[in-house]
Design a protein around this ligand. Structure first.
Ligand code: FAD
Length: 294
């Protein structure tokens, strides 16, 4: 099984995609349609998020196993420390290894119930992602990724402190990072500069969401933790009552962000797909990121 870093190290930029585990059978059909439609475009890896709560976790594990067993794709399983003892985390990591997963995105997760609330550590668990990175490293030959926040994590005092914590995750053994959503290429590039200033040149992947509807724009603002900047609002607001026009302008905008980032030498672009393939394929196709194998 190829590692994410091996796929990022092949000279030309790549794309990768993120899915969440299906909630029911109808969701499962939608997800697998997207997976099959993207498979032939040869994404560098596909990542499956890890939700809080038992049933969603089982679905993450089941979906990741299916990707390993039934596709040609390189899977990356997310893992969080939410409501897990270290013994349980060891079990999940062991299970990932047993089904052949070699790539893990080690994120701490948010407090269940209130994502902005105070983190409460499981009595036998972990406090920070840095510790989860160490645990993955201890347990096997995993390629480990971590989360990065262009505007700083919402609970961090300032971006410099946040950068210090990100560097600590690399020092703990992380191989690469994926950035939370952002609006303008400069927001991502400034974070890359902050890391470089601290001597860190590990691969850093921008996370992009194709802006196809007002809802995806609102979701981007929610997840990035920053309001929609004027430059973006000026382009998209005129299409508030024109879904077709909004989609076209939104895809143009994300394609331009991707172009700029590729010109700045990013190793790849990671797409938050919402379990759909069409918009991601449009952006990827326009950016010429489809591999020669596809
Ligand atoms: P950490 O790196 O532990 O940071 C958490 C907070 O603690 C930050 O404010 C940080 O600055 C601070 N901190 C870190 N280290 C220290 C230290 N040593 N001392 C003091 N403070 C410190 N959530 C899910 O539930 N499931 C997923 O699958 C998932 N996937 C994600 C994928 C990506 C690409 C991203 C960007 C986020 C994802 N998340 C997911 C969300 C993530 O779990 C939350 O944003 C969480 O609040 C932070 O996770 P982290 O790994 O960055 O935590």
């Amino acid at each position: 099984m190829t590692s994410v870093v091996e796929r990022l190290d092949r000279g030309s930029p790549v794309f990768s995609v993120e899915f969440f585990p299906p909630r029911d059978e109808a969701d499962e059909v939608v997800l697998w349609r997207a997976i099959r439609e993207l498979e032939s475009w040869d994404p560098a890896f596909v990542s499956i998020t890890y939700g809080a709560g038992g049933s969603s976790r089982d679905r993450t594990i089941r979906t990741t196993a299916r990707v390993v067993q039934e596709t040609t794709l390189t899977p990356m399983a997310h893992l969080t420390a939410v409501e897990h003892s270290i013994a349980e985390l060891r079990n999940v990591i062991g299970w990932y290894a047993a089904v052949g997963v070699r790539n893990i995105l080690a994120v701490r997760g948010d407090p269940p119930g209130d994502p902005n609330g105070e983190w409460v550590r499981h009595p036998d668990g972990l406090t920070y992602a840095e510790e989860l990175v160490r645990l993955c490293r201890e347990l096997g030959d995993f390629c480990v990724g971590v989360a990065a926040f262009p505007y700083g994590h919402p609970r961090s005092g300032d971006v410099d402190t946040d950068t210090r914590h990100l560097v600590a995750k690399f020092d703990a053994g992380a191989d690469f990072a994926i950035a939370q959503l952002f609006f303008q290429p400069e927001d991502f590039l400034r974070m890359r500069d902050r890391l470089a200033a601290r001597g860190c040149d590990a691969p850093l992947l921008p996370g992009l969401m194709p802006l196809t509807t007002a809802r995806t724009l609102a979701k981007t603002a929610e997840l990035s933790g920053v309001p929609v900047p004027d430059s973006v609002a000026r382009r998209l607001d005129p299409f508030a009552d024109d879904p077709i026009g909004f989609r076209k302008e939104g895809i143009d905008l994300v394609t331009e962000v991707g172009e700029r980032l590729l010109a700045e030498g990013v190793p790849g672009l990671h797409f938050y797909t919402f379990n759909r393939s069409k918009a991601t394929k449009e952006v990827v196709g326009r950016l010429g990121l489809v591999s020669a194998r596809a």
